[in-house]
Design a protein around this ligand. Structure first.
Ligand code: KIV
Ligand code: ZN
Length: 569
């Protein structure tokens, strides 16, 4: 039994605006988006990202369209320092993009942070200090004036150091950390002091970032706090008002949306809501919520699976199958009545009219997802039952997304026969679907070799009745294999485990591939006593299955090198 909360917790209501205007506001254009995946998101990982993972994620964030990206906390992490240097020195930052770095308000940390940015064309230097009563009293043991002085001192030093690095076009950002738990008059006092030092003007605006470091209240209360600041801050026209909601109460998306209605012009968050504790606000959900209201968010999620797989690889955190817009199950209806309504919605659809399919707030195709799982899943037990039987009888544990894919193959059979299906028949269908296809490539064997600290592969295949040996080099066997085949596919996910036990044990490898021109991702499977052979077979299986789905006119581009004549056995 939970104990009586009224003795321990108080409702948080720092302000009650009586003349609030935000409830009548509508969001008609997107805020400025700032991705803090590489800073706040990264800080919250079991295993912070490596330099390579951060550079990969940065590239993806650029492709999505972010123009402001917080890339790290260089005074706190050597990896982050290296990343900032490499981004600048290797000229990886497009001219219209500003990288941002965070610093505490302490002299040597500010100095180190400014040094990390040497040579940047444009940069946002982000200063923060916590301002709430509990921090003042318990953590810093400072009064209001003391805490304000920390920010003021830091702001002065940043101004001075920035003047000594004039080759960079600077933007200054200040966050009263724990803003949502800070008295509004004190938050204003600190922000006004900082924007005065930085001389905020419309020509040189300062970013003021109001953080719900911990989400304290219902989103309407946060909106009142933001509207109050929006109306009372000095030099308002020289400020870009930003919010940074965390998700402790599970309402960060709503808080951000109401905050924008209340006057915020910029939102900081992470893709799919990664971040400390319950996460930063999810920028994908915010952006696509806008999209479904007819407002282009200015971010491109038309290949949402690619974005999701990159995030999962870099963060090593899985995305929940019911995560809005991206989860594996969000376009799948299990309930018969839902399926029926969806089918009727599709049948009645007129592409000249606004999207109106029951139970689907967005067209899955806009995100590069397919209609297949929406309209093909026939019964609740279908997918789970298939996976359970194949695991029990054959020791085959399929990745979850593949279970959905394979259940369609089973349904094609059950829909036709109308009968119950047994494990041996499922296994035969599985073999036909994944293991037997040998068009255009039949696997014959491979050997690996070292190639100047990289991995080389000599691959034997049969194509159009001719045996060939293809050579490739890469970062690992799969990379080398794709090089040998010159295959225009992207590996979205890879997993390998054993099947069976003891001396009979085999390796089973699953790869999830994406290819332009084929909707959704496609799985390939390889089974072999040798783990490398299982991986090679899996990739070839996936490529053959993609080939079968491509229109004949696009097939030549799948294996786009002139490889049939490249090497012969
Ligand atoms: O959550 C927070 O308050 C932060 C600040 C550093 C902006 O991450
Ligand atoms: Zn944060």
């Amino acid at each position: 039994m939970l104990s009586d909360p009224s003795k321990k917790y108080r409702p948080y209501r720092p302000i009650r605006l009586t003349d609030r205007t935000w409830p009548d506001a509508e969001i008609t254009r997107p805020p400025v988006w700032m991705s803090t995946d590489l800073r706040d998101g990264n800080q919250a990982l079991f295993e912070p990202m490596s330099v390579a993972a951060k550079l990969e994620m940065f590239k993806m964030l650029l492709a999505v369209g972010f123009k402001e990206i917080e890339v790290g906390f260089p005074s706190a992490s050597e990896t982050d320092y290296t990343v900032v240097r490499r981004l600048i020195e290797e000229d990886r930052i497009p001219d219209d993009v500003r990288i941002e770095v965070l610093t505490q308000a302490r002299d040597h940390l500010i100095e180190q942070t400014m040094t990390s940015l040497r040579g940047a064309k444009r940069a946002i230097i982000h200063l923060y200090n916590a301002t709430s009563p509990v921090f003042r009293k318990t953590v810093f043991r400072l009064d209001r004036a003391g805490v304000r002085e920390v920010a003021v001192h830091g702001a002065r030093l940043i101004k001075q150091l920035a003047a000594a690095q004039p080759q960079t076009e600077w933007t200054f950002q200040y966050s009263p950390e724990t803003f949502s738990a800070t008295e509004l008059d004190f938050a204003k006092e600190g922000v006004d002091a900082v924007t005065a030092i930085w001389e905020a003007t419309p020509e040189h605006p300062v970013i003021v970032n109001l953080a719900a470091t911990v989400e304290m209240s219902t989103p309407n209360v946060f909106a009142d706090q933001i509207e109050w600041m929006h109306r009372h801050l000095a030099r308002r026209e020289g400020i870009v008002l930003s919010v940074h909601p965390h998700n402790d109460r599970g309402t960060a998306v709503a808080a951000a949306e109401l905050a924008v209605m209340a006057g915020a012009e910029r939102v900081e968050g992470c893709l799919f809501g990664n971040g400390e504790r319950t996460g930063n606000v999810d920028l994908v959900t915010l952006a696509l919520n806008l999209y479904t209201q007819g407002v282009h968010p200015g971010l491109d999620f038309s290949r949402i699976n690619d974005v999701a797989r990159t995030v999962e690889q870099c963060t090593r955190l899985p995305i929940h199958p019911r995560h809005p817009y991206v989860g594996d199950l969000v376009f799948t209806a299990f309930a018969g009545s839902h399926q029926d309504a969806i089918k009727k919605g599709f049948a009645a659809r007129n592409s000249d009219e606004p999207w109106a399919v029951p139970y689907l707030p967005i067209d899955p195709e806009d995100l590069g997802r397919t209609y297949e799982s929406v309209i093909r899943v026939n019964s609740q037990s279908g997918k789970g039952g298939v996976a359970y039987l194949l695991e029990r009888e054959y020791g085959l544990t399929m990745p979850r997304r593949m279970q959905v894919e394979f259940s369609h193959a089973i349904q094609r059979v059950t829909d036709t026969s109308g009968k119950e299906i047994h494990a041996d028949e499922m296994w035969a269908i599985f073999r036909r679907e994944y293991l037997e296809p040998a068009e255009p490539i039949a696997y014959l064997g491979q050997s690996l070799f070292d190639a100047d600290e990289r991995q080389g592969i000599r691959l034997k295949v049969r194509e159009k009745g001719r045996d060939k040996v293809l050579t490739g080099v890469g970062n690992g066997p799969i990379d080398a294999l794709l090089d040998a085949l010159a295959a225009a596919v992207r590996v979205q996910h890879y997993e390998e485990h054993s099947m069976g036990r003891g001396s009979d044990a085999q390796a089973v490898c699953f790869v999830e591939l994406a290819c332009d021109g084929v909707a959704g991702d496609i799985f390939g499977v390889g089974i072999d006593g040798n783990i490398v052979s299982a991986s090679v077979k899996a990739v070839i299986s996936g490529i053959n299955r993609i080939w079968a789905r491509l229109p004949p006119t696009q097939r030549a581009a799948l294996l786009h090198r002139e490889w049939p004549d490249r090497h012969y056995a």
